[in-house]
Design a protein around this ligand. Structure first.
Ligand code: MRU
Length: 343
């Protein structure tokens, strides 16, 4: 995987040969973004069981449960993690009569399938979403929901990439996304790689930039979408949605069906990850908060469905999301994980 903590100044790929290495990579955000976390965890299961291929099946099953629980403890908000781990666990349940080595092969095949499906979902999200964008628009995005955050072309950025591929000229505004700067470090880097005009703004500038008329649409990703369409995403997204509403700018969420959690009725029940004070007090090596002062660092917030103009999935658009139209949209969805992901 690409070690995203080093971008934009260093591009380095790392190999994770142990499940502890995969867990650490997810925990410290070497790999991050909801779909990418799910794919990494699926391969993490394969890595975690590679030395157990000769075990008795009962021992292999016990180790699988241990590895799955361990990876599930890495981060709590992105439901794609639990969705992917559920799929991996199901493979072992479905193949009770196979040897451990054979199940391990099936697990590897399932991880590659999750990976391939994510690429396809990203492409489809772009194809459905780009019709919402017109040439000449300024588009604001928050955090990074691009290729780095998925196995494919991203979610929010896939919409932008597809629009540009269709010949539309856009200017993207990337919120820098405090405290870990995924917008400034990662989104701006990705867009620059693809030669798409991008301007980085500090998070607290969005209102002014909207008021000045630079933004005609907002597109973000999501980490978990509740049954009623409430969407958890990187901290600050809710504020951007409120600002978009105040300025009469459409606010779109782009996410694959693997990001929906129908076991959660509404956003208040989505677990919000709390991260270390040092990310704020000592970000990127400089102390900016006096020692001993309290810091609060929730990594995500929830944008209520009422602020979302449409959710863009690989199947199309959910306009003005509600419990009814989310259910209707997902009812024939092959990859949808609706089991109880609550952690
Ligand atoms: O803490 P992060 O960097 O994993 O948070 C990522 C986000 O909030 C993304 O916007 C979200 O996962 C969508 S990625 C396609």
């Amino acid at each position: 995987m690409i070690d995203q903590t080093l971008l934009p100044t260093e591009f380095r790929e790392i190999d994770c040969w142990t499940v502890e290495g995969v867990w650490e990579a997810i925990k410290v955000l070497r790999v991050r973004g909801a779909p990418a976390i799910g794919v990494a965890a699926a391969y993490g299961v394969v890595v975690g069981l590679k030395d157990h291929r000769d075990d008795e099946r009962s021992d292999f099953n016990a180790k699988l449960a241990e590895v799955v629980a361990y990876l599930a403890s890495s981060r709590p908000t992105a439901v794609n993690l639990f969705w992917a781990l559920d799929r991996m666990s199901s493979v072992a349940l479905e193949h009770r009569s196979l040897s451990s080595a054979e199940v391990h092969e099936s697990l590897f095949a399932e991880a590659k399938k999750i990976d391939a499906e994510d690429r396809e979902m990203c492409t489809a999200i772009g194809q459905h979403g780009h019709h919402l964008l017109e040439s000449g628009m300024g588009v604001l995005t928050h955090c990074n929901a691009g290729a780095l955050a998925t196995a494919g072309d991203g979610t929010a950025l896939s919409v932008i990439f597809a629009a540009v591929a269709a010949g539309k000229s856009l200017r993207v505004y990337a919120d820098e996304t405090r405290p870990l700067l995924q917008g400034a470090r990662l989104t701006a880097w990705e867009l620059q790689q693809r030669e798409i005009p991008v301007t980085v703004i500090c998070d607290n500038m969005a209102a002014q930039v909207m008021k000045e008329g630079h933004i005609q649409a907002v597109v973000t990703g999501a980490d978990r979408i509740a049954a009623n369409g409430d969407a958890a995403n990187k901290i600050g997204t809710y504020g951007v949605a409120l600002l978009a509403k105040a300025h009469d700018i459409p606010f779109y969420v782009a996410a694959p069906s693997s990001t929906f959690d129908l076991s959660v009725a509404h956003g208040d029940h989505i677990p919000i990850e709390q991260r270390a004070r040092e990310e704020i007090s000592d970000g990127f090596g400089t102390q900016t908060v006096p020692a001993g002062v309290d810091v609060y660092n929730p990594a995500f917030d929830v944008t209520p469905a009422s602020l979302i103009s449409a959710i863009i999935t690989e199947q199309g658009l959910i306009s003005k999301p509600t419990t009814e139209n989310v259910r209707e949209h997902l009812k024939d969805c092959a990859v949808h994980g609706s089991s109880d992901h609550a952690r």
